[in-house]
Design a binder for this molecule. Structure first.
Ligand SMILES: Nc1ncnc2c1ncn2[C@@H]1O[C@H](COP(=O)(O)OP(=O)(O)OP(=O)(O)O)[C@@H](O)[C@H]1O
Length: 415
């Protein structure tokens, strides 16, 4: 790269029209002051929590709806307001927000609650090491130190239950009978309704004393949400008229996900900025869509289990050798060779056939069943991502990195 090239990049940036006035407004962590199209849910939650202001314990609530429907932001919005108003009237309310995707064990949830009060109690539980019973006893002690309401928000509660079972909910939903001064209420949030099956019937009924449902947004609603955020995020006149409706329409297709809509708008702006463009146009939105899809796919591939990664690499090798579409048997024989070179025990062909279906469902490959007349039916397997993408991911993955040095013809000669 020479000096001229670099200085031309700087010049371009310097003279480019500014796109973002405040990009933070489009980030997931930003809580907007208004939440269009969530009045009903805000109202429902407010009515469920209002007993606090009269000195009564609110019911537990189960909040559910698909991803990006505004559950977290609405619960935070309502509980923040509740805190403000309770302070005004000197009613002691503590809200403890716990993201169970990160804090995902019984022990860690209890520790997080105890540590919320550490300044007041002087007690801090380490991240590991204490017997769980002892942490629970401390939790009761610190919570019950005074008369107050404690609202515990368990966001992504399904992750906690799947990983650690429902003991934690069993304890927390019964805790009020063991306290003398404080009162505890739980707000559980989830985008996965199936997790209810993992719950004991009594736990489920006390968690869902009240339920608040968040339906997906439609394209018009997403447009309003984006418009409101776009006004603060972009300079005036920078967004082409078609940009917001297109972001809204694309995200509405993805089960009405406001997070996706905001990401599309932000990434489209970033792409326009990088190009030195003076306006964000539909073309930038389409590019943003492509980039987000690629990033999501990369994330999915990164988190595949080992055997699926090996299997995918067998398909990549066949693709690079011009041998796709292939059938399950052909893919299986390469997969076995690759397992051998990694020193891992291969799975059976039947199990691998299931993994092929899973990769197909994830959109990484295409496995179409075709009829071969009297020879029965077989699968035609094709790759849906580029070999380049897969190799790039595997380069940073110790377990499968050795596969990158193998060549198909050499492997075949060896076996
Ligand atoms: N009505 C709304 N008005 C403004 N912004 C919204 C609205 N609904 C959602 N958002 C924004 O969309 C993004 C996703 O919302 P949120 O995190 O609350 O979704 P969620 O339902 O909790 O999703 P998940 O189940 O994936 O956690 C956030 O950036 C949030 O600020």
């Amino acid at each position: 790269m020479d000096d001229d090239y670099l200085s031309s990049i700087f010049e371009k940036y310097l003279h480019a029209r500014k796109i973002f006035k405040n990009k933070e407004v489009l980030r997931h962590s930003y809580t907007p002051k208004e939440l269009p199209h969530r009045h009903k849910q805000i109202d429902d939650l407010a009515h469920i929590l209002v007993p606090v202001l009269r000195g009564e314990t609110p019911s537990n609530v189960f909040v559910y709806g698909k991803t990006g429907t505004g559950k977290t932001v609405t619960v935070k919005f309502v509980t923040e307001e509740l805190k403000k108003i309770s302070q005004k009237y000197n009613i002691p309310v503590e809200v403890i927000y716990i993201n169970c995707e990160i804090i995902d064990t019984h022990y860690r949830v209890l520790a997080r609650i105890v540590n919320h009060f550490k300044e007041e109690s002087g007690i801090e539980v380490p991240l590991v090491g204490w017997p769980t019973d002892e942490v629970y006893a401390k939790l009761k002690e610190v919570i019950d130190a005074k008369e107050r309401f404690v609202i515990i928000v368990l966001d992504e509660i399904d992750k906690l239950i799947k990983k650690s079972g429902d003991d934690i909910l069993y304890s927390l939903t019964r805790i009020n009978s063991e306290l003398s001064k404080a009162k505890v209420s739980i707000i559980g949030i989830s985008n996965d309704l199936k997790f209810k099956e993992y719950l004991d019937a009594r736990v489920l009924s006390s968690l869902s004393e009240e339920e608040v449902v968040f339906p997906p947004y439609d394209a018009n609603q997403l447009r309003d949400i984006l418009m409101q955020r776009a006004k603060e995020a972009f300079y005036e006149g920078v967004l082409d008229d078609a940009v917001v409706p297109l972001c809204a329409a694309l995200a509405a297709r993805e089960h009405g996900d406001a997070r996706r809509a905001l990401d599309l708008l932000r990434v489209a702006g970033e792409i326009a900025e990088r190009e030195g463009a003076s306006k964000v146009t539909e073309r930038h939105v389409w590019k943003a869509q492509e980039k987000i899809e690629q990033d999501t796919m990369e994330e999915v591939i990164k988190t595949l289990p080992l055997h699926s990664k090996v299997l995918l690499y067998a398909i990549v090798m066949l693709d690079e050798n011009g041998e796709l579409p292939a059938n399950t048997g052909e893919v299986y024989s390469i997969y076995k060779m690759l397992c051998d070179s990694l020193d891992v025990e291969p799975l059976t062909q039947r199990r691998v056939s299931d993994l092929i279906n899973e990769l197909d469902m994830l959109g990484i490959i295409n496995a179409k069943v075709v009829s071969k007349g009297r020879y029965g039916r077989t699968k035609e397997i094709r790759l849906n991502v580029t070999p380049y993408m897969v190799k790039n991911i595997y380069r940073h993955d110790e377990q499968v990195r050795p596969l990158l040095t193998l060549s198909l013809s050499r492997q075949r000669r060896l076996f």
